[in-house]
Ligand binder design. Structure first.
Ligand code: O2Y
Ligand code: MN
Length: 596
């Protein structure tokens, strides 16, 4: 519970960070105009050609500040065990001391912005409030898009609503303690970075980075790391999941939440254009879902965010036309390339690269340059409201009742295209064992499994074993017939020659159709050691070029390969010691028994 008043917190923070000015933000159009003009003037923003890309801007970051920094992200609980074996832990008192020394004077010469924001529609029982203090106007503008910034939030907090204090500084003061000036840059940041979370006081302190999830503190920091702790304490789930409504040709709606590790095409699935006639997918969210039991014993989900912070490379008319449409205007682009006529470009936007570009570092670029023009983690930040497939319920305070939950990884082997869990506990086991094979040396040993339980590895704010138990408990509290059914999917299985077996993208509708038919009890499934598989004849494969062999391969459950995987799971589960729910060990035993 936050006992401090916002005013007191702002005054204390100003005393510590010593800004030259304090601005209370309200999320208005006038504020947007003022700050975009400021950023164009100081060189942080390049205004894009208003005829090609109205009210849109390009920001180029410092080359050392281009992504989330997982190794600089900390969970600071009083007991190390409460952070668990998957998080970087620091003692909260030690961390606060260190951060206070870093924040001391860190805003000298800069303006301190106070940004009251809501995650989720204001008025929703599932929404939660935060206030971000930041010295980055880029962050303020991004928060305008990604969250609901409003004075109403401040009024509700002042009237007693709970809130999360989220303190951010790029860590680049313009004066030192003796008044000696340092030159400003277009992307101020600090080589030393700390993204610290205090789950016992629900605080966030972020120092040194102006980029994405490190700095837009409503996103991963509040909606997932602190959100997961709030969810555990209050009986709900904060999840790294997209949220869509699938509509059948008969007009029946199915609400689906899906967890995939980062960089597995979540935004593409959230904006899917079905290839099957009569089916429709509408978008509610592409990254985060907050899911809470309702009075009828169902799970209801909202997207706490108000915008997309999507990865640009690979997003084009062929792969994701909806995203391309969404960002036609009112968009902040970060680290993409600039065309000579003042528009943006990145690898995958078009089949052929333009002959001449300015790359993400500001240097002249041609296809002969031999390196990407856009940074691989370059981004578009744009409001959900601009998405042509946005669902009418995206902003609804009640959220949507979930029918199905999907867990996916990037697996070249073992995991079939789709498999249904036998029950809730088995579904939780599926979520707990999500993994992806490493595909690049930079990720680790190529071919080894990187575990990413519930796609929450970098985002769970407490002990992952306790988080699995929390999922089991939430399921037990639901009316059994109202529990969403849980499925595991894998678009990435390969044949012996390393070729993808499934075309993916819009064709994934065929998998969603089978899931919908299962939810309607229209089709049977066949039991296997790892769960319930489709009967091939029930899959709609009309017009799809896929051989019988490929279909057989994509659903093969190889008992010996799965036994080896079960051994790896035993090793993995051992890390959690007494925090491993007995239900998880029991599920692993059932798997072994089935395989035998
Ligand atoms: O937040 C970042 O810095 C980039 S990573 C990201 C951005 C949007 C949605 N998801 C992710 C992720 O890593 O899962
Ligand atoms: Mn994500």
């Amino acid at each position: 519970m936050t006992v401090l008043s916002v005013e007191q917190w702002v005054a204390d923070t100003a005393k510590l960070t010593q800004p030259s000015d304090i601005v209370w933000c309200n999320g208005s159009d006038a504020e947007w105009l003022e700050l975009t003009e400021l950023l164009v003037e100081n060189g942080t923003f390049i205004r894009l050609n208003p005829e090609l890309r109205p009210n849109s801007y390009l920001a180029r970051t410092d080359p050392a500040d281009v992504a989330r920094v997982e190794d600089r992200t900390f969970i600071c609980s009083a007991n190390e065990e409460d952070a668990g074996p998957t998080n970087n832990w620091r003692d909260p008192l030690w961390m606060k001391d260190l951060l206070r020394s870093l924040f001391k004077g860190s805003m000298r010469g800069r303006t301190m912005y106070v940004v009251p924001f809501s995650m989720g529609p204001i008025g929703s029982r599932q929404a939660r409030f935060g206030v971000e203090i930041t010295d980055s106007p880029y962050v303020v503008l991004s928060m305008h898009i990604m969250t609901r910034v409003s004075t109403e939030v401040l009024n509700l907090i002042n009237a007693g609503a709970e809130w999360v204090p989220a303190l951010h500084s790029v860590g680049a003061p313009l004066f030192d303690e003796n008044g000696i000036a340092s030159a400003d840059t277009t992307w101020p940041c600090n080589v030393e970075k700390y993204i610290a979370h205090f789950p016992e006081s629900n605080e966030i302190w972020s120092f040194g980075s102006g980029y994405g999830g490190n700095a837009l503190l409503g996103k991963k920091c509040m909606s997932l790391r602190i959100g997961s702790v709030l969810g555990r304490n209050e009986g709900w789930l904060a999840e790294h999941m997209l949220l869509v409504k699938l509509t059948s040709p008969k007009g029946k709606n199915f609400h689906i939440a899906a967890a995939f590790p980062s960089a597995c095409g979540k935004t593409n699935l959230a904006m899917l254009r079905p290839t099957l006639p009569g089916w429709q997918v509408s978008t509610i969210g592409d990254d985060i879902a907050w899911i809470a039991p309702d009075a009828e014993g169902r799970l209801r989900a909202i997207n706490p965010e108000a915008g997309f912070f999507g990865v640009a490379p690979g997003t084009g008319m062929k792969t994701n036309p909806v995203a391309v449409e969404t960002m036609r205007s009112n968009t902040i682009f970060t680290n993409v390339a600039l065309t000579p006529d003042g528009d943006v470009w990145w690898e995958g936007l078009t089949d052929e690269a333009p002959a001449q570009l300015t790359d993400w570092t500001g240097k002249s670029w041609s296809p002969a340059s031999g390196k990407p023009a856009a940074h691989p983690n370059s981004r578009f930040t744009v409001s959900l409201s601009q998405c042509p497939t946005i669902d009418s319920a995206w902003d609804s305070p009640e959220g949507v009742a979930l029918d199905a939950i999907l867990f996916g990884g990037r697996r070249a082997t073992n995991v079939p295209l789709v498999v249904e869990s036998r029950d809730w506990d088995h579904g939780v086991f599926m979520g707990a064992t999500i993994s992806s094979e490493q595909t690049a040396a930079a990720e680790g040993v190529v071919g080894t499994l990187r575990r990413d339980p519930f796609a929450m590895l970098p985002f769970c704010g407490y002990n992952m074993g306790d988080y699995w138990q929390h999922w089991l408990n939430v399921g037990r509290g639901l009316k059994p017939s109202n529990r969403p059914r849980i499925f595991q999917v894998n678009w990435f299985r390969k044949d012996a020659n390393g070729k993808f077996l499934w075309p993916g993208f819009g064709e994934n509708t065929r998998v969603l159709e089978w899931i919908a038919r299962r939810l309607e009890n229209e089709v049977e499934a066949q039991e296997s050691a790892i769960g319930n598989l489709p009967i091939i004849a029930d899959l709609n494969l009309d017009g799809l070029e896929i051989t019988d062999q490929q279909l057989a391969d994509i659903f093969t459950v190889d008992a010996s390969a799965w036994s080896q995987e079960a051994d790896l799971t035993t090793e993995y589960f051992a890390k959690f010691g007494a925090h491993l729910p007995t239900t998880m060990s029991r599920q692993l035993e059932i798997l072994r028994k089935n395989l035998a």
